[in-house]
Design a protein around this ligand. Sequence first.
Ligand SMILES: [Zn+2]
Length: 208
Amino acid sequence: MPGSVALTFDDGPDPTWTPRVLDVLERAGARATFFVVAPLAERHPLLLRRAVEEGHEVSLHCTRHRRHDKMTAAEVFADAQEGKQTLRDLGHEAADWRAPWGVVAGATKDAADALGLRLVGWTADSEDWRGDGAGEMLACLAPGICPGGIVLMHDGVGPGALRDGCGGTVELLAPLISLCRSRGLEPVPLGELEGPLPDRNPRPVAGV
Ligand SMILES: [Zn+2]
């Protein structure tokens, strides 16, 4: 769809924060993509069912949240295969895959090809895992809000995060969506984003 941007969330689903993120998206009439941790998806299946019912996409983040450059190729493949199957068992056919910390090793690309997953990075990083205020995050994100842009956020507290919860992300969302729309960009799931997607990232994140 022309004039689109993708809002993406890693490290959920989380029983506290994912519903609040979904609430804001619903109020704004915006749709997004959730890159989920498979065991958390198993623990909170209703959260993902709600996400899909409200027009969002569910895709794969990981089974275990580990850096791929510290894993063997077999471990990377097994992690993705298990995660994809877990999501399939829950009724979600993952099309996209974002590796933990955005670290893409050779084995990541091989596993993605073998499993039919599209690797997805981001073009704008909220760095919300640091715990900055919503205004500060919005100012940092603003230059990266452009056609085909992909915004990285988190609806769960992953390993390395410097914050206790995702309240800042919840607070960021409504003004972020307004900013996108003020630039003629509608937030859509990745499957509807125009143009090629980056599979690598401007720089892997240090935190989550
Ligand atoms: Zn993560």
